[in-house]
Design a protein around this ligand. Sequence first.
Ligand code: DC
Length: 226
Amino acid sequence: MKAVPGLQVAIDGPSGSGKGTVAALVGDAIGLPVLDSGLLYRFAGWRAQALGIALDDGSAVAAMLAEAGDQLAWLPGGVVQFAGRDCTSTLRGEDAGAAASAVAALPEVREALLTLQRTLAKDGCVMDGRDIGSVVLPEAQAKFFLTASRRERARRRWLQLKGSDHALSLDAVDAELQARDARDAARDAAPLLAVADAITIDSTTLRVDQVVDRILAVLARRKLLR
Ligand code: DC
């Protein structure tokens, strides 16, 4: 089962909806590269913070991204390298997530990352994020919107973090998630929303493989696999 050439699959949804895990499995199953656009926003926030750039200074963060572009590498398996060093686990941490949510509200940053995302996607990919179906790849042949209850999303995020050195309680993770949801949905620039042509899947009570199977079934039905 392989994707038809150039297939673009957009998977959007809030934090903890499972979109990253699902996107990786779908990409593997049909032989497409997987691009986690959240990592780009995480990189923007993390690097801005490291350089002492204010997280509300859109033109300074965009200028930083223009300079950093050459040193940023996207490797198979979702590994991000900056200046030759693997920074994936730092980017996946809570601090980078909070910084990402702040810079993601800035139109200059979204504009700077838009071109990069479209370039990365041009030969076909599964891309997950918040505005992939609406803004980044509006022509994608298949769009999905994953959701789950907030408590379930918080529980998944908490389980993920437990393995790292962050010892946050479930309630603390839930509160942080609530704040981030509110910021992501309320911002003027590309707020999180399900576009009309996206298929919504509520994963609260579904296993990952069940969500993946639903997506693959839609792709097969639309003759996007061969
Ligand atoms: O999915 P994530 O937690 O890695 O995303 C980090 C932040 O980046 C999140 O607050 C929303 C933002 N983001 C975005 O605005 N647009 C995207 N396409 C992906 C992520």
